[in-house]
Design a protein around this ligand. Structure first.
Ligand code: LMR
Length: 329
C-alpha cells in the first residue's frame, strides 16, 4: 500500500468511527494484532469504549500500518497519533538510560523483571521519558529474546561470529553482538522479514511472539532458546493530546489502560509456551527449522561473553542504575 492509500484508508476509518464517538484516540504499533502487545491494544480499545459508553473510540493501527520505528514518537509529538507502545530500544536517542533494559542477562526471571519495572528503577526511567514531553504510562511485556539464524545452529557464542544480525537501534545491542564477533545491523521491524529472506542479514533476536507472528520461522533455519535479553515496552501518550482531553473522561482511559496492562502481561505469560509449541510443530512438519535448547554450561558461556559489555555503559546508563536494578530481590 502506498502512503497515500494508507492515509486515505486511515481517514475513512476515523470518519466512520467518529460518527458514533465524540473523541478518537489513535493508537499505533508495529507488531501483529496476534501478539500480546496487539491483543493488549485491542483490549484497551474495547475497555475504553465500554467505560466511556462509546464516547471515546480507540482506533488501533497495527503492523507499522501508519507509523514504523522512529516515526511513532514524532507522530505523538505532532499529535498525529496519540498512544504508542515502542519497545525500550526505540527510546535510545530520547532517553539513553533506557538502554539499561537492553543489557544482556540483566533480569534473572520475570519476577525480577516486574519488580524492577514496577519499582524505583522503572519510575526513574518513566520520569526521564515524561521530562521529554510524553505521558509515560505502563510497562508491557513481549518476553525474553532468542537468537535465530539461517546460517547454522548457534549454540556457543563463537557460532555467531561473522554472522550479520538485525538489531533495534540500541548501542547496547550493537555492543552485545560485537562482543561475540558478530556484525549487527540496525533495521526497522517492518523490514526484518525481507532482510532475512534476501540474506541482507543472517539472523536476528526476537521474543517468540514476534518471531512466529511475523513468520521469521520461514526464513530462518535455526532458533536457539537463548533468552539472553529482554524485550518490553513503555506505553506513551501524546502530551499535547492529553492536555486537551476532557478531564471527566481521563480517569476512564487510565482505568482502561490499567486493565489492559494486566491483560497484556497475562497474555505474554501464556503466549510464550503456546508459541513455542507452534514453532516446534512447524519445525517438525516442515523439516526446515531446528529449535535448540542450551545446556547450563552453554548458557554460562553466553553470559560470560556478553556481560563483558556492562562497563561500557556505566556512564551512559549510569552504574548506579544498573546496580540498583541488579540488587532488586
Ligand atoms: C523490534 O523492533 O524487534 C520490536 O521492537 C518490535 C516490537 O515492537 O515488539
Amino acid at each position: 500500500m502506498t502512503k497515500f492509500i494508507k492515509i486515505v484508508a486511515a481517514t475513512a476509518l476515523l470518519v466512520s468511527s467518529a460518527l458514533a464517538a465524540e473523541y478518537t484516540i489513535k493508537l499505533t504499533h508495529v507488531v501483529s494484532p496476534n501478539t500480546p502487545k496487539g491483543q493488549g491494544a485491542d483490549f484497551f480499545a474495547k475497555r475504553v469504549a465500554e467505560l466511556t459508553g462509546g464516547k471515546v473510540e480507540v482506533v488501533v493501527f497495527p503492523n507499522s500500518q501508519l507509523y514504523g520505528d522512529g516515526e511513532e514518537m514524532k507522530a505523538l509529538k505532532l499529535g498525529n497519533a496519540h498512544i504508542a507502545m515502542p519497545s525500550f530500544s526505540k527510546f535510545t536517542s530520547l532517553v539513553p538510560e533506557m538502554q539499561l533494559f537492553d543489557l544482556p542477562f540483566l533480569f534473572r526471571d520475570k519476577d525480577h523483571l516486574y519488580k524492577v519495572l514496577d519499582g524505583e528503577v522503572g519510575q526513574i526511567i518513566r520520569d526521564k521519558v515524561s521530562a521529554k514531553g510524553f505521558i509515560a504510562l505502563d510497562y508491557w511485556d513481549a518476553g525474553f529474546k532468542h537468537m535465530s539464524s539461517n546460517k547454522k545452529a548457534i549454540l556457543m557464542p563463537e557460532d555467531a561470529a561473522g554472522q550479520k544480525f538485525r538489531i533495534m537501534s540500541s548501542h547496547v545491542l550493537e555492543a552485545q553482538f560485537k562482543a561475540i564477533g558478530a556484525n549487527p545491523q540496525v533495521l526497522p521491524f517492518s523490514e526484518v522479514y525481507s532482510a532475512l529472506q534476501q540474506g541482507v542479514v543472517d539472523g536476528a533476536e526476537n521474543p517468540l511472539s514476534n518471531f512466529y507472528t511475523k513468520k521469521f520461522n520461514e526464513v530462518q533455519t535455526d532458533l536457539t532458546l537463548s533468552g539472553h535479553g529482554y524485550l518490553g515496552y513503555l506505553v506513551i501518550m501524546s502530551e499535547s493530546f492529553w492536555k486537551k482531553f476532557p478531564a471527566d473522561l481521563k480517569p476512564k482511559v487510565i482505568q482502561a489502560m490499567k486493565e489492559a496492562t494486566a491483560f497484556e502481561r497475562k497474555a505474554a505469560a501464556t503466549d510464550d509456551d503456546d508459541t513455542l509449541a507452534k514453532i516446534k510443530e512447524y519445525g517438525k512438519t516442515s523439516g526446515k527449522l531446528a529449535v535448540h535448547e542450551l545446556t547450563p554450561d552453554q548458557k554460562v558461556a553466553w553470559q560470560k561473553a556478553m556481560e563483558k559489555i556492562y562497563p561500557q555503559f556505566y556512564k551512559v546508563v549510569g552504574e548506579d542504575l544498573i546496580k540498583k536494578a541488579q540488587a532488586v530481590k
